[in-house]
Design a protein around this ligand. Structure first.
Ligand SMILES: C[S@@+](CC[C@H](N)C(=O)[O-])C[C@H]1O[C@@H](n2cnc3c(N)ncnc32)[C@H](O)[C@@H]1O
Length: 304
């Protein structure tokens, strides 16, 4: 079992953990060039949530550009930057934010390595379009010398018993015993109502999502940054895996929850959905409500 650690309130290279209460631009200004191995964040989507003022799209993009420019400055040459976004919605029309942010990253010299589709099962039910059930993680690197190790995040193959059927390896198992590359479509439940990680924050990351990035893009002891920290999931994912981590959150109530979650994670006491746990299937689980009552009008609705 772990112990309490000091959580710095301002950045210092000597800190293992920093939770800065304030604007990310102020935190970034205090950080040296090329000091972070991974920057992962989900910025405000300009939807007018409690923590953002809805801006004209050009002003929103200008604000994002300022933060992204600073992030690129503090990113190490072998580092990665992962910007997790969904849609901006105006009068029912959607604009996928990654498509309009893309030129900001490439103008700053970054190269895209993956556009990861994060698929989840829950959200608003739309009436005039299909309900949105994915967001993306735009992964960029600063150079071609970036660190990437897929081994810690491999997942089980569908057919691990498969063998080569011809050639010099005929008859030998063809799968990597460590598992397969998880690909760029990730089905990970989003943190809603009865998710074990749920806090008061309306849109927190699942820990598993960030852990995949931390484990594949950093080494133990490296530093991770989340400029829009929310309730601290990025730092939780980092410290659970022996990385240092820093973040800024503008709303004190979320920064407070972040600090509590980080300390709980360090003590091994934070409830976290186990990595690799299959997505809950109510049919497999035999839940009564999976029976459509209109198909069996003679039965009492929902009870088998
Ligand atoms: C989409 S949420 C991120 C949630 C986070 N991924 C988590 O797991 O909790 C964006 C967060 O950024 C914060 N925020 C908005 N503007 C900010 C700024 N300029 N500097 C720092 N934090 C800011 C908001 O209060 C909000 O909690």
């Amino acid at each position: 079992m772990g112990t309490m650690k000091r959580i710095g309130s301002t950045y210092s290279p000597a800190n293992e953990i920093t939770v800065f209460e304030g604007s990310c631009l102020d935190l970034l200004a205090s950080m040296p060039d090329e000091s972070m191995q991974l920057i992962v964040t989900s910025p405000p989507y300009n939807l007018g949530k409690e923590y953002e003022k809805r801006l004209h799209l050009d002003d929103y993009l200008a604000q994002q550009r300022e933060v992204i420019r600073e992030c690129v400055r503090v990113l190490r040459p072998e580092g990665s930057l992962c910007w997790q976004v969904g849609n901006y919605v105006e009068k029912g029309a959607i604009i996928p934010l990654d498509t309009i942010l893309y030129p900001i990253f490439t103008d700053l010299g970054l190269k895209m390595r993956n556009r990861i589709i994060w698929h989840f099962g829950h959200g608003l039910h739309c009436t005039n379009r299909f309900s949105g059930r994915y967001e993306t993680i735009a992964w960029f690197t600063k150079t071609d010398r970036y660190h990437f190790d897929v081994d810690p995040v491999r997942v089980p193959q569908k057919y691990p018993g498969k063998r080569h059927f011809k050639g010099p390896k005929a008859g030998k198992f063809s799968c990597n015993p460590l598992g397969k590359n998880p690909g760029d479509v990730w089905a990970i439940p989003n943190v809603k109502s009865n998710h074990v990680e749920k806090t008061d924050h309306p849109c927190q990351f699942p820990v598993e999502l960030v852990e995949r990035l931390v484990l594949s893009m950093t080494r133990p002891g490296d530093s991770v940054l989340d400029p829009f920290l929310g309730v601290g999931t990025t730092i939780v994912a980092a410290v659970r895996n022996g990385r240092h981590a820093h973040g800024a959150e503008i709303l004190p109530k979320y920064a407070d929850i972040a600090k509590d979650r980080i300390q709980a994670a360090l003590r091994g006491m934070l409830p976290v959905r186990p990595r690799g746990k299959p997505v809950f299937d109510p049919q497999d689980a035999g839940r009564a409500l999976t029976t459509a009552p209109w198909l069996f009008p003679d039965r009492q609705a929902g009870i088998r």
